[in-house]
Design a protein. Structure first.
Length: 613
């Protein structure tokens, strides 16, 4: 491939753009080279936590920018893209691939300020107007953020304040990030570049051998800087040129053979090592009678589910995965490979899958599962208005134990472990014998980790999400444990995670707060659903409630592993004394956030009281 005059022109043009944009980013990204962040995930191209790390790193710059300019995000796309490219240059100088930034941070318009991001806020002045000159963040996120307790308090405060903001405008998607930037850039006296702040508030992971490295840091970073700047310039030119050429070539090729190649490619990668069957689209269309609306049995963040009957008479649920972006193919293949090999009686296993692509409707992917005749736990706990029999105590007990066993298998029984990320009553399905099966595991991982995705997800499952995950996307096995704790409490009490119906004050709306209050006042029995209050042995039922509270503790380190939680439920090990909750929940500023949260589950109620806040 020779260089035509035209490509040369491209290069020069890009050089011009580059020299203009490089100088216009107001953020000094030198911390990227001086902070001892843990870059090991970014050395492994399949490790998805690299993107989390980069988001945290870039967030440090945004918090810094907020401190200097009072602006959340950038005023226009010019400065946004120049900052992204500066950031990229810094990373390249540390020999990370150029593509990392666009893969992880995406389109530069993501970082151009937009009032709809969070309740009309664009500047710190707007923030103060909405939240007040001091908020919980000011009391919780200042000072040295080392230590679990300090950091836990700040995390909790961020969670509450962002929910309070989101309650002012339901369309908000980035209030979490605003709270994080504000805490790190404005509130914290050490600022976002301080490792203690970066670790706690921005969720950055530091290199464990950092203490020794930092000695050589200044020399090393100067070296890297000199070489990096030269190298990066050449690199920018070369790669941009190549990308343009590649894209053209790729597009042409796409039109010809993309569709068949895509399907055969995916098939070839999925099939050889999995237990799942390969379905053709025709089979699935026949099974569902052509995917009509009337056969639709569910709809969620990841897709639409239809009921169908295969030609051998098996009743199945066919889920069409909604394409969030086209990057998901590789991951889809990986996930299907992993999931289809997992067989556990408390997990909804995959029967098969289908991938098609055609000119008219593009790529589509389907997953086929066994149909679960008794619906979801949610249907039985909440949708069942007196006219049907409620779940009995033995049924509830078994469902909770089933879920614990399914999760314990995902976390401890297979390698690599799978974190579900979306445990909630609607994802727990019940078979004909009312045995519980956890659905949608593994697939949660399928979608990209980008910002917008994270926030839509957070918005969708308020209440079930562990605070640290909601805020920073920090995912550990303990995030699942948190959601499991919520499910236990819901199952024991028959109350939704966010419930306004019987609330006498704000601190009883969130199920964890309510259960905690009841238990601390000595009324554990008050937590039990009325229908089962007299059904079971009091001691066992109390144990379940206590494990639920412990699992849903706001501080990650105090939650048990799912394996220990299961042992506690079964009475094999003792439950540790319940740790104190870190915050008094009667504080006035919690009210609106709780009301907002509640209104997502109780759509008609509560919203009027929000507008007056
Ligand atoms: C973008 O914002 C920067 C910083 O405020 C400003 O200097 C620049 O003139 C703006 N560019 C455009 C095209 O508006
Ligand atoms: C970025 O996203 C916006 C809106 O989502 C779109 O209009 C724009 O073309 C995208 N830019 C690039 C470079 O992909
Ligand atoms: C939220 O979005 C919906 C639909 O996009 C729009 O109709 C509504 O006006 C928006 N609400 C606010 C407060 O911006
Ligand atoms: C910016 O950060 C410094 C130190 O971290 C702090 O003293 C200052 O008040 C901050 N500026 C604003 C506008 O908050
Ligand atoms: C740091 O260096 C000291 C000696 O200078 C050594 O004893 C220690 O093990 C090193 N720590 C790490 C984490 O490498």
């Amino acid at each position: 491939m020779g260089l035509s005059p035209r490509s040369l022109f491209f290069f020069l043009f890009i050089l011009f753009i580059d020299s203009v944009t490089c100088s216009s980013c107001p953020i000094d990204f030198s911390y990227v080279q001086t902070l001892p962040w843990d870059s090991s995930p970014c050395q492994d191209p399949t490790d998805k936590s690299c993107c989390q790390t980069l988001l945290s790193l870039f967030g440090i710059g945004l918090a810094q920018y907020l401190n200097q300019t009072s602006m959340f995000y950038f005023p226009n796309e010019t400065s946004s893209s120049s900052c992204l490219s500066d950031f990229q240059t810094k990373l390249q100088s540390m020999s990370f691939p150029r593509s990392l930034v666009s893969e992880c941070l995406g389109n530069s318009t993501e970082f151009v300020v937009n009032p709809s991001f969070c309740a009309g806020i664009a500047t710190t002045q707007d923030w103060i107007k909405k939240v007040g000159p001091t908020s919980l963040l000011d009391s919780s996120c200042n000072g040295d953020m080392t230590g679990l307790t300090r950091c836990g308090l700040c995390v909790e405060a961020g969670f509450r304040v962002s929910a309070q903001l989101a309650s002012l405008d339901k369309n908000s998607t980035k209030c979490f990030y605003y709270a994080v930037f504000y805490a790190a850039g404005i509130v914290n006296e050490f600022g976002p570049e301080d490792p203690r702040t970066a670790v706690c508030i921005l969720g950055l992971t530091l290199d464990s051998s950092a203490t020794n490295k930092s000695k050589n840091l200044s020399k090393e970073s100067l070296y890297k800087w000199v070489f990096g700047s030269l190298g990066a310039l050449v690199g920018v030119l070369m790669t941009t040129g190549l990308i343009i050429v590649y894209k053209k070539w790729h597009k042409k090729r796409q039109q010809k053979e993309l569709h068949e190649e895509y399907v055969t490619g995916v098939k070839a990668r999925v099939l050889p090592n999995t237990g799942a069957k390969w379905f053709s689209l025709a089979e699935l269309e026949q099974a569902t009678s052509g995917f009509p609306q009337r056969n639709m049995i569910g709809q969620g963040g990841y897709g639409v589910v239809f009921k169908g009957i295969l030609s051998d008479g098996t009743v199945v649920a066919v889920k069409q995965i909604l394409d969030i972006d086209s990057k998901g193919d590789e991951e889809f293949v990986n996930e299907v490979g992993i999931i289809s090999n997992i067989r556990h009686r408390n997990l909804l296993s995959l029967r098969g899958c289908c991938v098609t692509s055609d000119q008219l409707r593009g790529k589509r992917r389907y997953l086929v599962y066994d149909f679960m005749p008794n619906g979801s736990l949610d249907d039985h706990l909440f949708k069942n208005e007196a006219n049907e029999k409620r779940l009995s105590w033995p049924q509830r007990k078994n469902i909770i134990l089933d879920v614990a066993k399914g999760l314990a298998y995902l976390h401890h029984g297979i390698k690599p472990a799978i974190y579900h990320r979306d445990i909630k009553a609607t994802n727990i399905l019940l078979d004909s014998e009312m045995k519980a099966r956890v659905a949608d595991f593994g697939l949660a991982k399928q979608s990209t980790e980008g910002q917008s995705h994270l926030t839509t997800r957070v918005a969708g499952t308020y209440g079930y999400l562990a605070p640290e995950y909601a805020l920073y996307g920090q995912l550990t096995e303990k995030s699942d444990v948190y959601s499991f704790g919520i499910v236990i409490l819901e199952t024991m009490s028959g109350r939704k995670v966010l419930d306004t119906t019987n609330a006498t004050n704000a601190s009883t709306i969130l199920i964890t707060d309510w259960a905690w209050t009841m238990v601390k006042s000595g009324d554990v029995k008050g937590v039990f659903d009325e229908g089962i209050r007299e059904e079971g042995p009091r001691g066992v039922m109390e144990r379940f409630v206590l494990v639920g509270i412990l699992c849903a503790h706001v501080m990650v380190a105090l939650r048990p592993t799912i394996a220990d939680a299961l042992k506690m439920l079964e009475g094999d090990i003792d439950i540790p004394r319940l740790p104190d909750r870190p915050l008094p929940l009667s504080h006035e500023s919690f009210r609106s956030s709780l009301l907002f949260s509640a209104s997502t589950s109780e759509r008609s109620k509560g919203s009027s009281s929000i507008s007056s806040m």
